[in-house]
Structure formats: structure tokens, C-alpha cells
Design a binder for this molecule. Structure first.
Ligand SMILES: Nc1nc2c(ncn2[C@@H]2O[C@H](COP(=O)(O)OP(=O)(O)OP(=O)(O)O)[C@@H](O)[C@H]2O)c(=O)[nH]1
Length: 504
């Protein structure tokens, strides 16, 4: 039964009992006495010590939390669960001073993030190559919003979604424009070829240009295309100039020839008239004395005619010789142009065959293989870690290394073998009349030679190694299929640790 005395009286009595029982004046002891007098059952098993541990482990970061910790301690002392709960709840809710700090940091971070996003968008714009004023206005608005700390997240999200849609469209446009430009380039190159149907050398150049201008295009390839076009243009104008000079010379000579002929017939006409006149006078002459001056006239006329004819003959011979010289000159010009055409089948850096030259050689060797029923090997080699040479020593040294490889390769190839530059640092060697084992041996021999004939970059000796795949052409197999097998074997050689030759 609960004691009905007022709490103040119970409290006084509890203190007296505490004193009488000589108990330590702890809140717990006081509570026990109070409960006993008030007839309140003592809360059994109140975990005072663990709760104290918890209280000690909590650190107050704000004055409010400090206050709540004091309440907690008091609640534990009072063994009052409700107060313990209230103090803990109030403690955790009193973290407000920390919140603005964290929020401040988050806001600063997201502001930086937005500024970077704005910068990235600005950098991206020229690549989109758009001249759509509406879109540009939209982007400007977006950039302003990104740089304005007052803009809220949902607004930025909406603008970003709109922007990324537009970027997608612009990227598709760019891809289409690129494809169209490429088509246009092909059309122009083909037309250059059409314009000069009779120029075999130009045709060679144009064919290799068409090969060079096929995707995937890199800046390097475009560079190559530009160089080749310039080469075609200068060769064309040089050839045109020289052709025109030769033509003019021929025209002048022809005019002189015709003039000479006219003069000949004119003078022979005049001589004829004079002879006719002499013949008429001779008929009328009755005396030998009268005949003498006439005969003298005839002789003079005949002599003059002979002299004139000899002179005309000499002049005609000179003219003929000149025509022959000019013809020879034109022939030489054609030869030079043919040589230029051959150049179009060669890689300008290494003078190895280029892709077009390789295609022709492969067709020729496959035909030979079928005709003579002899084996034909295709080897594909790729220089190891070439990028490192470029990166460490520069592109020019990389170029010189390619030239070196070609030079050494030529030393261990037979004259019937063909060497082509297949790509950047990839080369193909065609070995007619060679079975697989022998083809592999040739490549291994080249590897050994490269360990003896070093490539020199300044004073530094560089060892160039390569990985290679060799395939022997199968009956009825296409060149492309054999190349594919060689390529696969080369890839496996790379994966197996490089600097080795594998058969495919
Ligand atoms: N100097 C020079 N470098 C070229 C030429 N063509 C291609 N390259 C470079 O060759 C390098 C080839 O690099 P990767 O394909 O990574 O090959 P890698 O470094 O040889 O590596 P692995 O083939 O795995 O051994 C690239 O850096 C190209 O830029 C060229 O004509 N001259």
C-alpha cells in the first residue's frame, strides 16, 4: 500500500533514516530509503553502473549537450528510466550547433562541384561545334545557374537533363557530319582521278589516297592524307607545266616545218617558172650563140634550185632531230611519272610497300603460288613497346627506329620476298616458295640480326624487338584470311611475353 504522506515529509524521513542507518549519502541509498518509506517497490536490477559507463563515454559538444549529460547522470542516480530516456533523447537532439557546420561544408563542396561542372561544359562546347543560337542561350542559362549558389538542386537537375539530351543530339550530328565530310573527300579524290584518265601515275596516287582516307580516321592518318594530296597536287602541276612546255615546242616546230614546206613549194614553183621560161626561149632560139646565155640561165637556175633544196633539206633534218629530242624528253617525262606512280605504292617514311602495294604483291604471289604449286608464307610483325620508344625519345627517333628495322629486315630477306608497312609499327613480309618452318626461321633470324645491328639513338644503343606471327597460305585461302591467321599468332606471341615468333 502506498504511503499517503506528502512527498516533503517522506523526503525528510528518508534523510533521517539514511543518517540512522549510517548509509553513504548516495542518491541510490537515498532513493532506497525514500521508496521504503513511501512504500514504493525498489526497481530491481537497475543497471546503474553500465549506464554510468555510457554517460562517461558520451562527450558533450555543445552547452546544451553538457546540460543533458548532467540530467542523465541525475536520472541514473535517481534510477529513473523515464528521466534517463528523456535525457538521452534531449542529448542526441542537441547536436544542432554541429549541423550548420557540416551543412556549410557540404554546401561549399557542392558549390565547387557545380563550378567544375560549369567549366567542363564550357570546355565541351567547341567540340559540339553547334551554331544553334537557341541551344547556346540554353547553355548560358545553365552555366549561370551552376555558378549561382542560390540555385536549388531540382532546377539544376532539370537543366542538366535538358542539356544532356541536346548533347546527345549534337554528338550524333557531329558523327554524321564527319561521315559526310569523309564521303565528300572520297568524291573529290575520285574526281581528281577521273579528270586525268590517261595519267597512270596520278591514278596510283589517287588509289592510295582512297585507301588512306578510310575510317577509322585519326589525326595521324588525316595528316598522311593531307601530305599525299599536296604531293599529288605539286606533281600534277609540275607535270602539267613540263607537258605544256613540250607541247609549245612541238607546235613551234610544226609551224616552222609547214613554213619550210610552203617555202619549198614556192621556190620550186619559182624555179619551175624560170625553167619553163628558159625552155620556151630555148625553143625560139635559132643560133647556138643565142643558146649559150639561155643555157647558162638554165644551169644557174638548176644550181640555185639544188642549193635551195639542200638548204631546205638540211633545215628539215634539223627540225626532225629537234622533234626526236622533244619526243625523247616527253618519253622521259612519262618515265618519271611512272616512277611517281610506283612511289604511290610505297610508304614514304620507310620505302617499304604500303597497304596498296602489299595488296598488289599479295595478289601476285598468290597467283604465283597457285601457278607453280609452291608454298607461300605471310609474316606479320609488330615492334614491341614502340610507344615507350616514342614517349622516351620522341617521335623522330621512333620514325628512325622504323627505318632501321626495314633496313635490317631487307638484309635477311631474299630479293623475291616483299616487305610492306602494314600499319604504324606493324610490317608484313611475303615469302614465296617458303614453307611454314622456314618462314618462322627467317623471322627468328631477323630477331637475332636486330640483337647484333643495334639501333643508335645518339650514343644510346637500343635493342629493337618484335613479336611475329607466321602463316603458310592454305590452298583456296584468301590473302585476308591468311593475314588474319598471322595476326592472331602475332597477338598470341605478344601475350606469351613478346619478342617471339609463333606459327599460325
Ligand atoms: N614514331 C612513330 N610512331 C608511330 C608511327 N605510327 C604509329 N606510331 C606509334 O606507335 C605506338 C604503338 O603503340 P602500341 O600500339 O601501344 O604498341 P606498343 O607500345 O608497341 O606495345 P606492344 O605492341 O604491346 O608491344 C603508338 O604510340 C603510335 O603513336 C610512326 O609512323 N612513327
Amino acid at each position: 500500500m502506498i504511503n499517503k504522506k506528502p512527498p516533503s515529509a517522506i523526503a525528510r524521513e528518508a534523510l533521517t533514516r539514511l543518517n540512522a542507518l549510517k548509509l553513504a549519502p548516495t542518491p541510490a541509498n537515498y532513493q532506497a530509503c525514500y521508496n521504503e518509506i513511501a512504500c514504493i517497490p525498489n526497481v530491481a536490477g537497475f543497471p546503474e553502473a553500465p549506464l554510468h559507463q555510457i554517460s562517461l563515454a558520451l562527450t558533450a559538444k555543445t552547452p546544451e549537450q553538457e546540460k543533458q549529460l548532467k540530467h542523465l547522470d541525475a536520472a541514473i542516480g535517481n534510477r529513473n528510466w523515464r528521466e534517463v530516456q528523456e535525457a538521452l533523447v534531449a542529448f542526441s537532439g542537441a547536436n544542432h550547433e554541429g549541423a550548420p557546420k557540416d551543412e556549410g561544408m557540404a554546401a561549399a563542396m557542392s558549390q565547387r562541384c557545380m563550378a567544375n561542372l560549369a567549366l567542363a561544359i564550357e570546355h565541351m562546347l567547341p567540340a559540339l561545334g553547334t551554331d544553334d543560337e537557341g541551344f547556346l542561350a540554353q547553355v548560358r542559362e545553365f552555366l549561370d545557374a551552376l555558378r549561382n549558389p542560390a540555385t536549388d538542386m531540382p532546377a539544376i537537375e532539370a537543366m542538366l537533363a535538358k542539356f544532356s539530351n541536346r548533347v546527345l543530339v549534337a554528338a550524333e550530328d557531329q558523327a554524321e557530319i564527319k561521315a559526310m565530310l569523309l564521303k565528300l573527300l572520297h568524291l573529290i579524290i575520285e574526281n581528281i582521278g577521273e579528270l586525268s584518265l590517261d595519267d597512270q601515275w596520278l591514278k596510283g596516287q589517287v588509289d592510295s589516297l582512297l585507301v588512306a582516307a578510310t575510317p577509322p580516321l585519326t589525326l595521324r592518318r588525316l595528316d598522311d592524307v593531307e601530305r599525299r594530296i599536296r604531293n599529288v597536287m605539286s606533281k600534277q602541276s609540275e607535270a602539267k607545266g613540263r607537258s605544256m612546255e613540250a607541247q609549245e615546242e612541238m607546235r613551234l616546230m610544226l609551224a616552222a616545218f609547214v613554213e619550210q614546206l610552203a617555202m619549198m613549194s614556192e621556190s620550186s614553183g619559182a624555179f619551175g617558172d624560170r625553167l619553163e621560161e628558159s625552155a620556151r626561149q630555148i625553143e625560139q632560139v635559132k643560133t647556138i650563140e643565142g643558146m649559150a646565155p639561155l643555157l647558162k640561165g638554165v644551169i644557174d637556175t638548176t644550181r640555185a634550185m639544188a642549193t635551195e633544196t639542200r638548204g631546205a633539206h638540211d633545215r628539215l633534218r634539223t627540225l626532225q632531230e629537234k622533234v626526236q629530242t622533244t619526243e625523247a624528253e616527253i618519253g622521259k617525262l612519262h618515265q618519271e611519272l611512272d616512277h611517281a606512280s610506283a612511289l604511290a605504292r610505297h610508304d614514304p617514311l620507310t620505302d617499304a610497300l604500303n597497304r596498296k602495294g602489299l595488296d598488289e604483291a599479295l595478289t601476285r604471289e598468290i597467283a604465283g603460288m597457285q601457278r607453280k604449286d609452291t608454298p607461300l608464307c605471310v609474316a606479320l610483325l609488330d615492334i614491341d613497346n614502340f610507344k615507350t620508344i616514342n614517349d622516351r625519345l620522341g617521335h623522330d627517333t621512333g620514325d628512325a627506329a622504323l627505318v632501321h628495322l626495314v633496313k635490317v629486315a631487307r638484309q635477311c630477306m631474299r630479293p623475291v620476298d616483299s616487305l610492306a608497312r602494314y600499319g604504324g609499327e606493324e610490317f608484313v613480309i611475303l615469302m614465296p616458295d617458303t614453307p611454314l618452318e622456314q618462314g618462322i626461321q627467317t623471322m627468328t633470324r631477323l630477331q637475332r640480326m636486330l640483337t647484333k645491328i643495334f639501333f643508335l639513338s645518339g650514343d644510346e644503343k637500343l635493342l629493337i624487338t618484335f613479336s611475329a606471327g607466321v602463316a603458310q597460305m592454305r590452298p583456296h585461302e584468301s590473302g585476308a584470311e591468311a593475314m588474319k591467321r598471322a595476326d592472331k599468332a602475332m597477338y598470341l606471341a605478344k601475350r606469351a611475353g613478346k619478342n617471339r615468333v609463333l606459327g599460325g
